[in-house]
Design a protein. Structure first.
Length: 339
């Protein structure tokens, strides 16, 4: 029998896939069993950690989560102080987005910008359009982070990691005013729409918007849009298949855990055995699959309609980004021809 504490008996890729599968499955199960109002964070955070984190030490994990918690707490303070003045909340949000973008001059910093920005938007939108107890939501965010860190540390001990090479050092790029304007324009318009229109389900569509809007070049922008279409809509399709297999048995914990764990393991195995863009695609697909499963599958509900709605909203959002790219490309070509 393999010695799990040393990772013996498993190949490196299987060891990593098991670590990812157990971490995400246990965290998502905890979200269900604890009956949290915001159980989705226990799908979001472990998926992000398992696909994006480079340092699994306690200090590294805390450092990864600290900006996100600080952003969510600050957003709560802003919406509480200016709850009767949504335009001021939106304006402060733009300043926050701009300051993050101004400092994000490397790929690592760009990746680190995603979660603080998204959690800020979540707090603002839910505070403006729902009657949720937002301080309690912040407590659940902190609890989800603590649970994710604990489960991650235990799984890293059981399925240890091989020491990898030092991460590549990127030369900082100059963040132009155009880069900042694009980020504020696209993310700010998305936030304004969500604050005005009662469409809570579309809030998670801001993830690909943030990812695309923070790129340095037009080619990177369209690459992100195309890749996110594959991963986000594809993830919803995988979630639908999972839901159909769960139909009528989703309240049986053992059956749910087995199905969920197997689904995560298959995607994780594909991810860890891939390289380059393919690896990123499987990583994004993992997150895109886990979110609708955690959001919509309940003991008495399957959430198929909500999952299809999510896929449609993502398609529309990414379609809008593609149209923006096409229109601006035409304008750029016209200017180039004149010069």
């Amino acid at each position: 029998m393999p010695n799990l504490s040393t990772g013996g008996g498993f190949s490196a890729s299987t060891n990593e896939a098991l670590r990812i599968a157990f971490t995400i499955t246990i965290c998502m199960l905890a979200g269900k069993l604890l009956d949290l109002d915001s159980a989705v964070y226990l799908a979001l955070y472990p998926s992000i950690v398992m696909t994006k984190a480079k340092d699994y030490s306690l200090k590294g994990l805390v450092k990864m989560f600290a900006p996100t918690f600080l952003a969510a707490s600050t957003a709560l303070l802003v919406v509480e102080v200016f709850q009767d003045h949504p335009f001021i909340v939106w304006t402060i949000s733009l300043i926050f987005i701009d300051q993050l973008r101004r400092r994000a001059n490397t790929p690592a910093k760009l990746g680190g910008m995603l979660m603080p920005t998204f959690n800020w938007i979540l707090v603002v939108v839910f505070a403006q359009t729902t009657t949720m107890d937002m301080p309690d939501r912040i407590r659940e965010i902190l609890l989800s982070m603590i649970i994710t860190i604990i489960v991650t540390k235990v799984m890293v001990w059981i399925f240890p990691m091989k020491k990898g090479n030092k991460p590549p050092v990127f030369t900082p790029q100059y963040v132009t005013y155009q880069n900042r304007l694009v980020s504020m324009g696209l993310i700010g318009c998305g936030l304004a729409f969500l604050m005005i229109v009662d469409l809570i389900s579309a809030t998670f569509c801001m993830v690909p918007v943030i990812a695309a809007a923070t790129q340095f070049s037009r080619s990177k922008f369209i690459d992100v849009v195309e890749r996110r279409f594959i991963t986000q809509v594809g993830g919803c399709a995988v979630a639908v298949v999972f839901t159909i297999f769960m139909a009528g048995h989703q309240n049986i914990i053992g059956y749910y855990v087995l199905g969920l764990g197997l689904t995560v393991f298959i995607i994780a195995k594909l991810m860890v055995t891939s390289e380059g863009v393919s690896k990123d695609i499987h990583g994004d697909a993992l997150l895109a699959t886990m979110l609708p499963i955690q959001l919509y599958i309940g003991n008495n509900t399957l959430g198929l309609e909500s999952t299809f709605l999510r896929a449609w909203e993502l398609t529309v959002t990414l379609g809008i980004l593609f149209i923006v790219y096409t229109l601006t490309k035409t304008r750029v070509n016209q200017i180039a021809s004149l010069t």
